[in-house]
Design a protein around this ligand. Sequence first.
Ligand code: SAH
Ligand code: F3S
Length: 445
Amino acid sequence: MKQVYMDTFGCQMNVADTDRMELLLFHSGYNRTPFKEEADLILVNTCSVREKAEQKIFSLFGTFQPLKKQNPDLLMGLTGCLAQQEGQSLLNRIPGLDFILGPDTIESLPTAIDRIKASNKPLVWTEFDSLKNYSIPELPESQIKPTGPSAFVNIIKGCDKFCSFCIVPFTRGREKSREAKEILEEVSRLVDFGAKEIILLGQNVNAYGKRGLDVPVAFHELLYQIVEVPGLQRLRFTTSYPRDFTPELVQAYRDIDALMNHLHLPVQSGNDRILDVMRRQHTAQEYLDLIGHLKNEVPDIALSTDIIVGFPGETNEEFEDTLKLMEAVRFDNSYMFCYSPRPGTPAEDFPDTVSDEEKKERLQRTIDLQNRITLENAAMFKGKVVEVLIEEKTSRYGASFKGRSPHYWMVNVKCDENALQVGDLVSVLVEEVMGRALVGKLTDQ
Ligand code: SAH
Ligand code: F3S
């Protein structure tokens, strides 16, 4: 078989897309290799959500140049959001690039490779698929690879929200949901192949089912259906949008045991004027009310978020509102970013009044605050028993295995090296906090 070397930047959707491409390539005679020197094909699945990701991608392609010189038959492809955003122009910026595929064309990857080989010319394929529905066709069962204990399932693609800073609606296109029947079949298959936990994915996952399905199913109904799949132990989803968060979804958290009590709900800012110019369509208080409602129904719900600092025009007082909101909610974890102007987005034209220095300082303050809250939240687990889904072996912190608790804390488990297997669900007594993780031992029962 030929060898493909793959690299992924960006969100979970990209990780899932890379997995899908690996499977499609397997059917076309390629095995994945961790060594780029051995590759017949190099594929980089890219992200363009912030400028930093782009810079990393260009320097990575720089490191491939000697390989292409040594082996002129080596094919190099760039897929994902940067491909969608920059298209043709990447052929000039990256010497030796053979093809560019947008995120909506990954199903055509094998066809694209055949075409390049036949024509010997670079190929740019970035149209959005014109089909009404979103489908990920099943591949022959005998060739599906075994999965880990936690598996991702795409349920909706695209985003219609057009937050003023965000490039995703341009690179991923409009929201399109997958038929529930297809999702349930995939979940069953994954569980048959060893998955214990399913993480539903979408740029805007709780917009699922709003329109476009042949058989309409609301997001919360989909959750109730999925947890009926025999053998499934845990269900999660990411990423949610506050305005699409329904009261029925709050009830689902309360009613469904297998739906883990953890929610990633990006807030971006704690200031109403900034939220308005970001076009988030909610106020800080509305966000807090939603969290309050959720905490009433599900008192132990764990929360994480995304924060942007230094949005154009953000004053110091407005920034302080973000810190206040973080204190009020006490997120376990936040993904914190300096604002980065993105081509073609409305915010690109807003006068950027916040200096880079000021942005960095604000970012550092959010990071320091979050670190403190993370450690305080973690400390509350000391002496408590948590259920852990064992995901892999480890040698850190004197532990032998690690996995996630229901609240999505990484838990390192001290035990005999042969005491457990990946995929086991075990009870762990938390003894200490190390770094951002919990460490504990197996309970006796
Ligand atoms: N719904 C998406 C979120 C989009 S991108 C998801 O599933 O992850 C992830 C995060 O990147 C956003 O929530 C936002 O906090 C950040 N982000 C997006 N555009 C950005 C920009 N132009 N500058 C800085 N951060 C940005
Ligand atoms: Fe981006 Fe806003 Fe959608 S952050 S992904 S446009 S919800």
